[in-house]
Design a protein around this ligand. Structure first.
Ligand code: MIG
Length: 817
């Protein structure tokens, strides 16, 4: 009833409460560890252990996935989690073996075995064949006075660590400490932690064994990874249940297990993989049209123009500024007519403003997060004082989703959820400042902000996405988010927030995108050119080259920063950027396939070298080069003035994309790269599909598919996923097609064969151009098992043989012996 918000004392109390949210590490004497094992019980697929001070429950969910839960008071509530979309009860559990000896109990299922020491409840995790993965001599500890949880485990000192979400530091986390607490750093620098998106999923890699550790606990968490002793992990959370999913296998198997648990990305429409141009903010409407026309007259492909907060009326979400955008319907019609899509910002902060429909409805419904006395929490954001919807309430999610109706009907195609850490503009160095005592619904069960904080953006994007799907069931939703938690990949694509226009940030953007891939977030990318400041033409050019080879490609920049469109840096920059954006558009069938692989199995799209070559220790800390999809190795220039760099060519045969020169890895090479050159290497045996350049996706019917073939002596298979790029029913048999291209070569012949692995979709193209690279001799004969040859040509100078055919099945090329 009484509104205490104005009271300085109340503020002081809140500040203090916020500080306690940080909770100093408990003193060791106050910690309680499980101690001696007293009793053991088995359930189908599970083992329950009673120790002196704790209860443990071990569930084998799959042959390479074990769930360990620890409870001090013996209560194991239904394991509710916003991150997990497959409950322990839904798994088809493997048979488990339980071995009891004098000293220990061991549960094993397939590839993993967890043993519990009878004297201490200490834990040892092994592979099925006995190789020790981790040891935790004291087991999981608790701090009864305040509910903190602690756990320490020893892994091999050689272990490389990845994951944990968005981390602004080197890819391999070994030797570093991290906090998981979503925060708007208001521009970040290398080393700042935490920043926007925390994900409690850690990957530990030791040569051929990858171990995934998913701490399914949203509370504020700290992790130290080998800061004292190499390979030692120390975990501390301010509350919650200790619920740890352990999974093992190859990197791919671990990502599959993690995304079986937390879900996968839905296939975006193809246009979302095109080029996005943004700035804070394009207005008025005439400026938007001007930008759109520049792209088309300059022939720089572009699919999406972003509307940052200035399109709103006084920063009120779901409104238009009628002064600068008097006729949004016509403006969006015109953009659509030119082949553009419009993507608009929606923040969680709702202006406290009686008469504003979202505010009024929110108050009426009791939709905003509130103090325990029922007074809505107020915090300052762009429009001034704001309230924040409680997205942990199903009715609020439903209401929020419906709010998108007007903008969608006006013609907005996609959305962008920002500031959802929750970020407040308080002027303090820590703008994220919702006190822990603020209440949330948590599906009607009630929870403090401390529990919901890290999941707020996950829930906001869930509400936004569900609304978009309900309102436009025939469209694939496109949503972008800044913050998130485990499972965010189900709801939204991501960008890496407010970076800076510096060379180090160019490098950092690669480190972050690769690490996000290891964290289960496959579609992400940086603000190309940097958000704060202005890049030099050289930096902008190098960044665009990298951007063309990141899953999400967008130029964005901060209010009052210099223009950052591709033509803003003079003709040389413009022409190089045009070429790289065009190369991305040519590669769309390849990129779409990589995205589809992620949709299927949780694989990253931009893959760390360590992901692709885990058994090669030299890749474990490599974060200046990476794989984009299955077959393209990207090795960008990351230093000012540099025109040459070292590239680590991993095992196997790799072909320089520009020169067609072949390398046998592992080998370190130096390559030249003048400003217009991004070093790229193609995996031997690969078939790279390409389309003609379009100015936007769907500009015209694709009439020719070009297959760049790099046959190598060992047989290799490449994948191509195709559908119409837009329909929601793409999983239907007739709506998609997966083709496999198998290649091999001998001294005298090249063989390429296509088989259809799934689906019956018929793409619109009438012909296929095969370009066979690096033939050292001219071919003497061509054999096709179907279709006709329309044209063929041997290029003596480049050693390429190209031929255009009507369809492809089995194809054999014979050369002069
Ligand atoms: O406090 O909407 O990261 O991309 O341009 C800044 C204005 C709020 C932060 C986002 C940035 C966006 C900006 N927003």
């Amino acid at each position: 009833s009484s509104d205490l918000r104005g009271f300085p004392l109340w503020r002081a109390i809140l500040r203090q409460l916020h500080q306690t949210g940080k909770q100093p590490a408990p003193t060791p004497e106050d910690l309680l560890f499980p101690g001696r094992v007293i009793g053991v019980a088995t359930e189908p697929g599970a083992l329950v252990i009673r120790s002196e001070h704790a209860f443990m429950r071990i569930d084998a969910l799959a042959g390479n996935l074990i769930l360990l839960r620890v409870s001090m008071d013996g209560r194991f509530l239904a394991p509710f989690s916003y991150g997990v979309c497959k409950d322990p009860g839904e798994w088809d559990r493997p048979d488990i073996q339980i071995e009891e000896s004098q000293a220990a109990l061991e549960v094993s299922a397939g590839d993993l075995a967890l043993s519990i020491d009878r004297a201490t409840s200490g834990l040892t995790l092994r592979t099925g064949d006995g190789h020790v993965l981790l040891q935790s001599p004291a087991g999981v500890g608790a701090h009864p006075p305040d509910g903190q949880l602690v756990w320490q485990a020893r892994l091999s000192p050689e272990t490389a660590f990845y994951g944990l979400g968005e981390k602004a530091s080197a890819l391999n986390h070994a030797g570093r400490a991290f906090e998981l607490w979503n925060t708007d750093p208001a521009l970040y620098d290398r080393g700042d932690d935490p920043i926007y998106m925390s994900i409690p999923f850690l990957v530990a890699l030791k040569e051929s064994i990858t171990l995934g550790l998913f701490f399914d606990n949203p509370y504020r968490t700290w992790l130290e990874l080998g800061t004292q002793n190499a390979g030692e992990v120390s975990y501390r959370a301010t509350g919650g249940e200790f619920r740890l999913y352990l999974m093992s296998g190859t990197p791919r198997e671990v990502m599959t297990a993690y995304t079986d648990l937390t879900g996968r990305t839905a296939l975006p429409p193809l246009w979302a993989l095109g080029f996005h141009q943004s700035r804070w903010s394009y207005y008025p409407d005439s400026r938007v049209q001007e930008i759109a026309h520049e792209f088309r007259t300059r022939h720089i492909p572009c699919d999406v123009i972003h509307f940052d907060i200035h399109y709103m009326d006084g920063y009120r979400c779901f409104t238009w500024d009628k002064q600068h955008f008097p006729d949004p319907i016509s403006m969006l019609d015109e953009l659509h007519g030119m082949g553009f899509k419009a993507l608009s910002m929606i923040d969680p902060g709702i202006k406290v403003d009686p008469g504003y429909h979202v505010y009024d409805q929110g108050i009426e419904r009791g939709a905003f997060i509130s103090y325990p006395d029922g007074v809505p929490f107020t915090g300052p954001v762009w429009p001034g004082d704001c309230h924040f919807p409680d997205f942990s309430d199903p009715e609020v999610r439903e209401w929020w989703g419906g709010l998108y109706r007007d903008l969608l009907e006006t013609g907005v195609d996609a959305f962008w959820n920002d500031m959802n850490e929750i970020a407040l503009i308080t002027g303090s160095p820590h703008p994220t400042w919702v006190p822990d005592i603020v209440r949330h619904s948590r599906e009607g069960q009630g929870a403090a902000h401390a529990e919901i904080h890290n999941q707020y953006a996950l829930l906001m994007t869930r509400a936004s996405r569900d609304g978009m799907r309900r309102l436009q069931p025939d469209k694939r939703p496109v949503l972008l988010t800044r913050s998130g938690w485990a499972g965010i990949q189900r709801h939204a694509m991501h960008w890496t927030g407010d970076n800076r226009s510096t060379w180090d940030h160019l490098h950092l953007s690669i480190q972050m995108v690769l690490n996000l891939g290891w964290s289960g977030v496959p579609i992400t990318g940086p603000d190309v050119g940097g958000f704060a400041g202005g890049p030099s033409p050289e930096l902008y050019t190098r960044w665009m080259q990298v951007g063309a080879f990141t899953p999400f490609l967008r130029v964005h920049s901060m209010i009052s920063s210099p223009d950052q469109e591709p033509w803003a840096f003079g003709p040389e920059t413009e022409s190089i950027c045009r070429d790289y954006i065009a190369l991305r558009y040519r590669l769309l069938p390849y990129i779409y396939t990589a995205i589809w692989q992620s949709v299927r199995s949780g694989m990253p799209v931009a893959r760390a070298m360590s992901f692709a070559f885990p058994e090669d220790k030299d890749t474990h800390s490599l974060d200046t080069q990476y794989l984009f999809g299955d077959s393209i190795l990207v090795a960008p220039i990351l230093e000012e003035g540099a025109v040459r760099r070292e590239v680590y060519i991993p095992a196997g045969c790799w072909i320089d994309f520009w020169e067609d020169r072949t390398y046998e890895g592992p080998i370190r090479i130096a390559v030249d790269a003048l400003l217009d050159r991004l070093p790229l290497f193609i995996r031997g045996g690969a078939v790279i599909p390409m389309w003609p350049v379009q100015q936007y996706v769907g500009e015209r019917t694709i009439d020719t598919l070009t297959l760049h073939c790099y046959p190598s002596p060992s047989t290799h298979t490449s994948t191509l996923y195709e559908d119409d790029g837009i329909s929601v029913d793409h999983t239907d048999e007739s709506a998609h097609r997966v083709s496999l291209f198998e290649t091999s070569r001998s001294d005298t012949s090249v063989r390429i064969s296509r088989s259809v692995a799934a689906g019956a979709f018929e793409p619109g193209y009438r012909q296929i151009t095969l370009i066979i690279h690096s033939l050292d001799r001219p071919p003497v004969s061509v054999e096709l098992d179907r279709g006709d040859i329309l044209q063929q040509e041997w290029d003596q100078e480049t050693n390429k043989f190209s031929l255009t055919i009507t369809t492809i099945g089995e194809f054999i090329l014979t050369m002069v012996p």
